[in-house]
Design a protein around this ligand. Structure first.
Ligand code: NAD
Ligand code: SAH
Length: 415
């Protein structure tokens, strides 16, 4: 049986969404032209497990246009858009995903997508890699390698590499300059606020916004909160990042202190138990909590559920929890990535860069996998630079070039 989706009658709506992002992803459009002419993925089986919304659909189509045999699944039970999945199926791709899948369905969909015996995997957070190293080991001989999209996924791959258990090479797409400097910072910075604002429809100006984690994502979220007129508080565990936040003009304090004054809390650490029962009990009535980091364990939803004396849906994607002191705490999108579970994720122009890195890194893997070892490798600098150049070209921005004399000067020590 091919494709498991909710409703094929949504295909036209999905195709419209895919066409809109295509028109706003100029780098992928130029790769489309190239892949159509050169078919670099001819005869190659590619499995894509990334948040299944329109930009991911365009990436999957790109592999198919490049000659690949592609199967697609999601990377989070709440981020799949059923119309987009239908649009892809109508365009002839095989898709296994639907919105709001149970844990079992989500895993079944990943397994079905893997049933294609992939040669290349495009992973986002390590779900495919995990299955391939545990319950689907028999598929490893078919794998050439893959690419990982996000910070937490790369951390896990590095842990596997260190333990010597990684069985094929993986490109750490997240660690390319054209990924984290743009996607994590400006992409998360915008899309997290898009998710929060469209879900709550409340004002940000004048509020105390608490950002937990001042990494690349946290920097973007804090910067945009400031732009909206919020007072921003940062919590951190790393003294250097904390010092950076102070000099960027934010208040830095422990979460136990921030809990008492915050109006909106956003976790983006990749860690667990960042906001727990020791914080819930001090929060203001009406406090809004959400997460933008990898898993739904940054805000301890389990403890919130246990502490609550009453629970009530306040609005779509907002669950209210009443504490025994009578105060309500509101959790957005079940504590899952708020920008994707309650929004459309990063803007098209951002994913244009991230997915160009994915497509070009997959092509690189295809050519070079035999020489890479079972290692986590960086995106080659030529690809990173090429993506930046294509982005500048799409904006019509031209920059200067070093002269021979300047190059010499920069590489000398005597003058
Ligand atoms: P990063 O490593 O740059 O930053 C994480 C920061 O959190 C670090 O500064 C670290 O010191 C801090 N931190 C860790 N534990 C903490 C704790 N208990 N309390 C306070 N601070 C803590 O990572 P990043 O690129 O910013 O990514 C963060 C998370 O967001 C990852 O899980 C990543 O996979 C995810 N991510 C989400 C999106 C999205 O679209 N929502 C996009 C990119 C990355
Ligand atoms: N499996 C994880 C996924 C990590 S999410 C989970 O449980 O949800 C973080 C990644 O989502 C980021 O690295 C970013 O590149 C990606 N992302 C953000 N917006 C996106 C979008 N519109 N489409 C596809 N991926 C997106």
């Amino acid at each position: 049986m091919k494709s498991i989706i909710r409703d094929i009658s949504l295909a036209d709506k999905g195709k419209q969404k895919i066409e809109w992002v295509r028109r706003n992803m100029p780098i992928l459009r130029s790769l489309e032209e190239d892949f159509r002419a050169t078919a670099p993925f001819k005869g190659v089986r590619v499995v894509v497990s990334v948040h299944l919304e329109a930009k991911t659909a365009y990436l999957a189509k790109l592999f198919a246009i490049g000659g690949g045999e592609v199967s697609v699944t999601g990377s989070n039970p709440l981020s799949t858009q059923d119309d987009v999945a239908a649009g892809l199926v109508a365009d002839g791709l095989d898709v296994y995903a639907w919105y709001n899948s149970t844990k079992e369905e989500y895993e079944e969909h990943l397994n079905l997508a893997l049933g294609y015996k992939p040669n290349i995997i495009i992973d986002d957070g390590g779900d495919l890699v995990n299955l391939l190293h545990t319950t689907r080991k028999e598929l490893i001989p078919h794998i050439m390698g893959g690419c990982e999209e996000t910070t937490t996924g790369v951390l896990r791959l590095k842990a596997m590499e260190k333990e010597g258990v990684l069985k094929f090479p993986m490109v750490a797409v997240n660690n390319a300059n054209c990924k984290y400097l743009f996607d994590n910072r400006y992409g998360t910075g915008q899309s997290v606020w898009d998710g929060i604002n469209r879900t709550t429809n409340l004002i940000v100006a004048g509020k105390n916004v608490v950002v937990a984690g001042y990494g690349w994502c946290g920097k973007g979220i804090a910067m945009r909160a400031k732009g909206f007129g919020a007072d921003v508080i940062v919590t951190e565990i790393d003294p250097i990042k904390a010092a950076e936040a102070v000099m960027d003009g934010y208040k830095v304090m422990k979460m136990t202190e921030a809990a008492k004054v915050g109006d909106v809390f956003i976790t983006v650490t990749g860690c667990r138990d960042v906001i727990t029962q020791e914080h819930f009990k001090y929060m203001k009535d009406g406090a809004i909590l959400c997460n933008a980091g990898h898993f739904d364990v940054e805000v301890s939803v389990e403890q919130l559920e246990k502490l609550a004396v009453e629970k009530q849906e306040q609005r779509k994607n907002i669950m209210g929890y009443k504490m025994d002191n009578g105060r309500w705490i509101n959790l957005l999108a079940e504590g899952r990535l708020v920008n994707l579970a309650a929004g459309d994720g990063h803007p098209a122009e951002i994913m244009d860069m991230s997915f160009a890195l994915q497509a070009l890194s997959a092509k690189y893997m295809l050519k070079n996998f035999r020489n890479l070892g079972n290692k986590v490798i960086d995106v080659p600098a030529e690809i990173d630079i090429a993506v930046a150049e294509m982005k500048l070209k799409s904006w019509g921005v031209k920059i200067d070039k070093l002269s021979g004399e300047q190059k010499k000067y920069l590489n000398s020590w005597a003058e």
